[in-house]
Design a protein around this ligand. Structure first.
Ligand SMILES: *Cc1c(COP(=O)(O)O)cnc(C)c1O
Length: 471
């Protein structure tokens, strides 16, 4: 027997906002979602920075779509299990609380649903991105006429920088080209080379000194030996703020050396470049403006919601050389290049919106206050940890501080760091546990503006007790 035809579906309006009136369902949904989010942020210190296992809501869509109430309840389950960056003890990583204007801008960005691929899909926002990149590039010290493009994270910014440098030097078909960076440079450089089809050995790691800074003489020697051996140097990468300890390579001297050798200097300032915007802190990254290109991640210290990264260049027209494809299905750019032809990404959201609104909300004073506060907390923690016997501190000029007991073997350092991290977590203080130069460390990132002196005092007390408990 043939089965009966399916019953006709009840026709209900699909959940897109009405184009002809203020949509009460959308408004209600957003208002309730906002309240739910504000409650989550506003109760952060009643939960751990790192929640335990939580219930995951059903992942598959059901036959019938769900209403806002059910969806918000499902959302709450995920929020309960989310990492909690608004907690004052969230000190583990470069993931600060979200800045309020950037949350609002993110919502508007989603609602606008523009596309930075092409100007006809984002007329005002493409211009905003170009203008803001130009402003920021010049504010970081790059010359007039500089600019850049936004990217979904520093990994992409670094990749685009190296692809651009390779093209600018005419090395795109050269398998023997090398990149020189410090041993403490970010892992994204290795990824970039893999994507670029270069062998692992193409990344030449230059040793760092006691402060975690690239050794200039070793770089100079490597540049000379590359010249002698006929290995073209695709780029030198300086790091302004290394990921474990916040060291800053000698930017000015590296720029001079690169100029002398005619080599592209990229500064990975994912962590440190924003300090150039704070007059009282800019000396920490002196020389930044002498780079050919800079990666900056406002998603880190400044709390612009993820993702927010920019690649800035002294000569932004270089970006179009590797990435210009023509977009035959789009009207021509009227502003100097579609977003999709100035970088690797195609369709992408207007991440610039939350950066722009966030920077305007902070003002230069607010930006400086964030940087000053982070440095002050690092100093505070340093002065609390310094008196502890046999603790090695590894810092730099930024807001990061890593430490480990002096006399432990690598295996002992692993055990110590694990148990101390656990004790700290019990006290709602979350630190990370990087392995650095063969030893496990605990690492605090002091970019969280909610962290108070008493949190740091508690941190130091727990570390002190765990040192004293060492056999
Ligand atoms: C975080 C970081 C990156 C990578 O940025 P993502 O946004 O995580 O892709 C690159 N370099 C340094 C020094 C970093 O700390």
């Amino acid at each position: 027997m043939a089965s009966a035809p399916p019953a006709p579906r009840a026709i209900q309006p699909l959940p897109f906002a009405s184009p002809s009136q203020l949509d009460p369902l959308l408004q209600d949904f957003l208002e309730r979602a906002s309240v739910q989010l504000c409650r989550w942020l506003g109760s952060a210190d009643q939960r751990s920075p790192l929640p335990g296992l939580s219930i995951l809501p059903a992942v598959e869509p059901q036959q019938r779509g769900l209403d806002a109430t059910t969806l918000l309840a499902d959302l709450q389950l995920l929020m309960d299990g989310a990492y909690n960056p608004n907690h004052p003890g969230a000190l583990a990583h470069l993931d600060p609380p979200p800045l309020s204007a950037s949350i609002a801008a993110e919502l508007i960005c989603a609602g606008l649903n523009n596309n930075l691929l092409a100007e006809e899909l984002s007329p005002s926002l493409s211009r905003l991105e170009r203008s803001l990149c130009k402003w920021l590039a010049e504010a970081l010290g790059l010359p007039p006429g500089s600019g850049g493009v936004a990217a979904s994270g520093g990994t992409l910014s670094n990749l685009m920088a190296l692809v651009t440098a390779r093209h600018a030097r005419g090395l795109q078909h050269c398998q023997g080209a090398v990149v020189l960076a410090s041993a403490d440079a970010h892992v994204s450089l290795a990824k970039a080379l893999a994507v670029m089809g270069l062998p692992r050995e193409a990344l030449r790691l230059i040793p760092v000194d006691q402060q975690g800074e690239l050794q200039l003489e070793a770089l100079s020697a490597e540049l000379n030996s590359c010249a002698v051996a006929g290995h073209p140097v695709l780029a030198v990468v300086a790091t302004a703020g290394t990921t474990v300890r916040g060291a800053v390579d000698p930017l000015e001297a590296m720029a001079l050396l690169c100029q002398r050798h005619g080599v592209w200097l990229h500064v990975d300032g994912a962590i440190g470049a924003v300090f150039a915007l704070a007059p009282s802190q800019a000396h920490r990254v002196r020389g930044l403006g002498a780079a050919d290109s800079i990666t900056v991640n406002p998603q880190k210290l400044l709390g612009i919601t993820k993702t927010s990264s920019l690649l800035l260049l002294a000569d932004p027209s270089q970006l179009q050389k590797p990435f210009q494809t023509g977009l035959p299905y789009m009207e021509a750019s009227w502003g100097g290049g579609h977003g999709g032809e100035c970088g690797l990404q195609g369709t992408r959201p207007a991440e610039v919106l939350k950066l722009w609104l966030g920077l305007r909300q902070l003002g230069l004073d607010g930006i400086a206050a964030i940087c000053d506060g982070a440095i002050q907390r690092r100093r505070q923690l340093e002065s609390l940890l310094q008196p502890l016997p046999d603790l090695v501190l590894r810092g730099g000029p930024m807001h990061l501080l890593a430490f480990t007991p002096a006399a432990l073997t690598p295996a002992q350092s692993e055990i110590w760091s694990e148990s101390t991290r656990q004790q700290l977590l019990t006290a709602q203080l979350m630190l990370s546990r990087p392995c650095y130069q063969g030893h496990y460390h605990l690492k605090a990132v002091l970019g969280n503006p909610h962290t108070q002196p008493q949190h740091l005092q508690k941190l130091a007390a727990i570390v002190g007790a765990s040192l004293a408990a060492q056999p």
